[in-house]
Ligand binder design. Structure first.
Ligand SMILES: *[C@@H]1O[C@H](CO)[C@@H](O)[C@H](O)[C@H]1NC(C)=O
Ligand SMILES: *[C@@H]1O[C@H](CO)[C@@H](O)[C@H](O)[C@H]1NC(C)=O
Ligand SMILES: *[C@@H]1O[C@H](CO)[C@@H](O)[C@H](O)[C@H]1NC(C)=O
Ligand SMILES: *[C@@H]1O[C@H](CO)[C@@H](O)[C@H](O)[C@H]1NC(C)=O
Ligand SMILES: *[C@@H]1O[C@H](CO)[C@@H](O)[C@H](O)[C@H]1NC(C)=O
Ligand SMILES: *[C@@H]1O[C@H](CO)[C@@H](O)[C@H](O)[C@H]1NC(C)=O
Length: 405
């Protein structure tokens, strides 16, 4: 909306310029005619570019800039709904520079995150994140980004569907920001939001309705699924869980990933009206579990990291380009069928942030063993992200996309 406003102001300025030009140059008729034609041509061209629904500037191509004036966008202790999994400062982290980085696209600036504007946009609407714990982290970040503008008595958090659906509600706006746990998007034996650590992972590759019924009528949807697939072979179930006639088979992961994405995209195409619903797919979130990949010592990981990776274009071995290409292909196919899901291409920009993980600074659900305590690297979390931190920027990118469509 801000953009449309700018365009109007800009065009108005040009029109005034036209008038003065015409007034001054009436005597030199031929010259002024040529001049005006050219100028009008340019104005036309620029308008087409500016009103394009997709910003011309690639928001994901840029660099991190240290900015401790504007960042963090909220304080960890002040977020009512902060998660102990992500509250690194609370759990003892002393170096806090990871909170102070702004993402600067090379050819433009990210719009400022305005919590009130977003809540206005979400009035009488549901914004739903669907996916794994990385997506849950982004949901917590989004809640922290907006909740400070809502008084305590006008907001609450509750869960449905046995804990699979977490709902933040801003009462005055009748707006919700939700997270639905479905780490593989399709049905799997890891669907319990609490007890999902199973030795052998099994997916029901054609089944998604059990999950999808909770999010099909949302107004903004943000999906992800990646980390739970990182194994060479997946166990696929044809039939239902507990069905004695069900057929189990080990299948190469990449093929299963594609099948799952197809099941998901077929559902989206048929059941989600993409004229009404904005949809996004968040690309892989990188991990930093092997320091030798960025020139550190063998055996080290993100533990004790305090600096970013400086090498432009750095890409770790934990981020599988083939899986990313599969997602791109599936989204492209969806587009040809009239369903638009935009990729939030956060992988490259997040690769640099090896210092942004919780490492050992988070709540430990299981007591640590002596062995672990003597070597903290063994239990450092180099997968998720401290808040405030990297996921706030993913949400700023999401914000930019929500308002530019
Ligand atoms: C920001 O960082 C600079 C350099 O580290 C420091 O001198 C300054 O005091 C910091 N400002 C704030 C507001 O923290
Ligand atoms: C944020 O958005 C609200 C509602 O659109 C607007 O009134 C307010 O001026 C904006 N704040 C800033 C700092 O831009
Ligand atoms: C409140 O929001 C929900 C969507 O989350 C919508 O279905 C409902 O109609 C809204 N209520 C009012 C009174 O507008
Ligand atoms: C919640 O879990 C119970 C026991 O596993 C199950 O019977 C019930 O159908 C579940 N409810 C929902 C809404 O998923
Ligand atoms: C979406 O909008 C387009 C263009 O306005 C229209 O042709 C199409 O039928 C709409 N699709 C749905 C599902 O409403
Ligand atoms: C996402 O970013 C990567 C690396 O920056 C690039 O190779 C890829 O083409 C991008 N994908 C999309 C869909 O923009």
């Amino acid at each position: 909306m801000a953009k449309a406003h700018q365009i109007v102001v800009w065009t108005w300025g040009i029109r005034n310029t036209f008038r003065s030009l015409v007034a001054i140059l009436t005597t030199i008729l031929v010259v002024s005619a040529i001049y005006l034609t050219q100028d009008a041509g340019q104005a036309c061209e620029q308008r087409v570019v500016s009103s394009d629904s997709i910003p011309k500037c690639d928001l994901f191509f840029g660099k991190w800039v240290f900015d401790n004036e504007s960042y963090p966008l909220y304080k960890e202790q002040q977020c009512t709904f902060m998660s102990d999994q992500l509250a690194c400062e609370k759990f003892g982290r002393k170096d806090l520079n990871y909170q102070n980085w702004r993402w600067k696209p090379h050819h433009c600036d990210l719009p400022r995150f305005n919590a009130t504007a977003l809540l206005e946009r979400l009035r009488n609407k549901r914004l739903v994140f669907v996916g794994d714990s990385l997506n849950r982290g982004q949901w917590v970040s989004m809640v922290c980004l907006v909740e400070s503008v809502v008084p305590r008595s006008l907001k609450f958090m509750h869960t449905l569907a046995n804990g699979s659906l977490n709902i933040f509600k801003a009462i005055e706006y009748n707006a919700t920001i939700e997270f639905y746990w479905a780490p593989l998007l399709v049905e799997s034996n890891s669907d319990d939001p609490v007890n999902h650590r199973v030795p052998e992972r099994t997916v029901r590759i054609k089944a998604i309705e059990k999950h999808a019924k909770y999010w099909t009528d949302a107004d903004i949807l943000i999906f992800n699924t990646y980390l739970w697939w990182r194994r060479p072979v997946m166990n696929v179930l044809w039939g239902s869980f507990g069905d004695p006639d069900g057929v189990y088979k080990g299948v190469e992961m990449l093929r299963v990933y594609e099948m799952a994405l197809r099941t998901w995209s077929d559902w989206v195409e048929v059941h989600v009206n993409s004229n009404k619903t904005q949809m996004f797919f968040v690309s892989m979130s990188p991990t930093h579990e092997r320091a030798e990949e960025w020139g550190g010592a063998v055996g080290e990981n993100c533990y004790t990291e305090k600096e970013q990776i400086a090498k432009e274009g750095y890409w770790g071995k934990g981020s599988d380009p083939k899986m990313m290409q599969l997602v791109e292909k599936v989204l492209e196919d969806l587009r040809t069928r009239g369903s638009n899901v935009q990729m939030l291409n956060i992988t490259q920009l997040t690769e640099y942030r090896k210092e942004g993980h919780p490492s050992i600074y988070k709540k430990q659900w299981e007591p640590l063993t002596e062995e672990q305590i003597s070597d903290p690297r063994t239990y450092a979390d180099c997968i998720h992200w401290c808040l405030p931190g990297v996921p706030d920027v993913w949400n700023e990118l999401l914000y930019a996309h929500i308002f530019h469509q």
